[in-house]
Design a protein around this ligand. Structure first.
Ligand SMILES: Nc1ncnc2c1ncn2[C@@H]1O[C@H](COP(=O)(O)OP(=O)(O)OP(=O)(O)O)[C@@H](O)[C@H]1O
Ligand SMILES: [Mg+2]
Length: 472
């Protein structure tokens, strides 16, 4: 029987699987690559598996600055995934549910319509930003949480290209209030490469290795000043530094983090009692017997710090917490307190240790302590795209009143993280795809052929907020 295919088409990873499942079946890097000394093109998972030296690959990505600008490259990645899934999109798939970036320009959306309906021949499609799917998954996974009952939330999605704070009202994205910070995992990896290359060893071609090292070694600081002071210290007074062994292409292909205990033992064996926490450049240029090392010291927390202080690298923007506060401030006053009480963190960067703690610490003072509906000014009258009013949603109970009712609660901020921040959008898509309501939001191939791109624009923009989703 034809199934519903769910695709979270991230700029970093494309996740494919079937509606109703817990996890995607195929997760591949959303890119192609050409080895420098070999004209053969590697596609998606081929860019990872069996590659000895990633620095020899020249990558091409379908996404540039957060938008799908290279559909030809995307088609290659999807074809590879379809082949791994062993399906014929035109025959074996009843509908495609997929994510697309917020604020995608219409011209890029139209090109994607062509890829979906004409090149792959999908019978029906529904496209949505990832944020409402993440919110849906969290609500349905935690039915007793206030998240499920309040009807509104803010999804902070910090992924590959950007970080977005997206208010959601009853499954519907409030586009006019969403805010973006131009910092994502790609920028952080590039910044880390620059710091290490300037201070120690040129790793500008080693994006793959440094990205992995970043995931393992970097963390969000909860006390930047004192950790910076500690990172300046030498010897045992500095507990922060870690060494990363570069690949020697015999025991390690991608490098590995060295445990400090092993380093101390190795140093003691070599008659050097104090493991060198000295100048990092010296550590890198004088490696131990077999391994060349990179030392991660203040880089471990200075890099993720950019998420909270983009000004530190010259970006004239506030951090993710300020973007969230601004997004909430742009919503109707009655919704603001419940929004502060329902903040969901998703995306790869939220996996940095201490992200949630630091985010909570930073946003707490930004949350107004006692805005009550009666004190609040009336909602702004001019918005780019108005959210549908509760009355326009046939059959939906009134979430604005629910938000209103809970706005007199005392706590001012509550931040939650889903069980897997990398998969939450896909899982939301899986739930939507398995629900009866999917039928009501799909745009079919026949409709596309009759009415063109316009029907996709109108259909997808409605969102699935207009449908009362039953629990799936
Ligand atoms: N454990 C981790 N710790 C820190 N960063 C991580 C971790 N795992 C992944 N990342 C980073 O998260 C980023 C990818 O995030 P994510 O998978 O949410 O993006 P995406 O969904 O593919 O893209 P988009 O931004 O379009 O949503 C990468 O830059 C990666 O380095
Ligand atoms: Mg994503």
């Amino acid at each position: 029987m034809a199934r519903v295919l769910v695709l979270d088409n991230g700029a970093d990873s494309a996740r494919f699987g079937f509606a109703g499942s817990d996890s995607p079946t195929v997760v591949v890097p959303n890119c192609t690559a050409t080895p420098r000394k070999d004209p053969r093109k590697l596609i998606a998972d081929e860019t990872e598996s069996g590659i000895k030296d990633h620095s020899q690959l020249a990558y091409t990505r379908p996404f540039e600055r957060g938008y799908l600008t290279n559909p030809a490259c995307e088609v290659e990645v999807w074809e590879r995934a379809v082949q791994k899934l062993a399906i014929d999109p035109a025959k074996d798939v009843r509908a495609l549910v997929m994510t697309e970036p917020l604020f995608t320009p219409a011209a890029l959306q139209s090109r994607l319509d062509e890829v979906v309906f004409e090149q792959f021949g999908f019978q029906a499609c529904y496209r949505t930003p990832a944020a409402p799917l993440s919110a849906l998954d969290y609500k349905l996974s935690n039915p007793d949480s206030r998240f499920a009952s309040d009807g509104c939330c803010v999804v902070v999605d910090s992924g590959f290209s950007f970080s977005h704070a997206v208010p959601i009202f009853d499954n519907h994205v409030l586009n006019y209030a969403a805010r973006r910070v131009d910092v994502g995992g790609k920028l952080l990896t590039n910044y880390l490469k620059e710091l290490l290359s300037y201070r120690q060893l040129n790793v500008m071609d080693d994006t793959y290795m440094i990205d992995r090292a970043k995931r393992e070694l970097c963390f969000v600081s909860t006390d930047f000043g004192s950790q910076l002071a500690e990172a300046e210290r030498r010897g045992k007074a500095n507990t922060l530094w870690r060494d990363f062994a570069l690949p020697n292409f015999t025991d390690t292909m991608h490098g590995r983090v060295l445990e400090r205990a092993d380093l101390a033992a190795a140093a003691a064996a070599a008659g050097d009692q104090a493991p060198a926490a000295a100048a990092p450049a010296a550590a890198a240029s004088k490696p131990s017997q077999q391994e060349q090392r990179l030392r991660f010291n203040n880089e471990r927390f200075a890099v993720p710090e950019v998420l909270f202080s983009p000004r530190g690298i010259g970006l004239e923007q506030g951090g993710v917490h300020e973007a969230t506060a601004q997004a909430i401030a742009a919503c109707a006053p009655e919704m603001q307190r419940p929004l502060y009480l329902n903040i969901l963190l998703t995306g790869g960067n939220t996996l940095f240790a201490n992200f949630k703690e630091r985010f909570t610490q930073e946003i707490q003072p930004l949350a107004p302590a006692g805005v009550r509906p009666s004190d609040a000014p009336s909602p702004p009258s001019v918005v780019a795209r108005s959210p549908p009013t509760p009355s326009s949603r046939g059959g939906v109970s009134d979430p604005l009143s629910r938000a209103h009712a809970c706005s007199s609660a005392q706590a001012n901020v509550h931040v939650v993280v889903p069980s897997d921040p990398l998969l939450s959008a896909w899982r939301g898509g899986s739930r939507l795809g398995a629900s009866e309501e999917l039928q009501e939001v799909l745009v079919t191939k026949a409709q596309y052929e009759e009415h063109g791109h316009e029907i996709c624009r109108r259909g997808f923009e409605m969102g699935f907020g207009s449908v009362p989703l039953k629990r799936v």
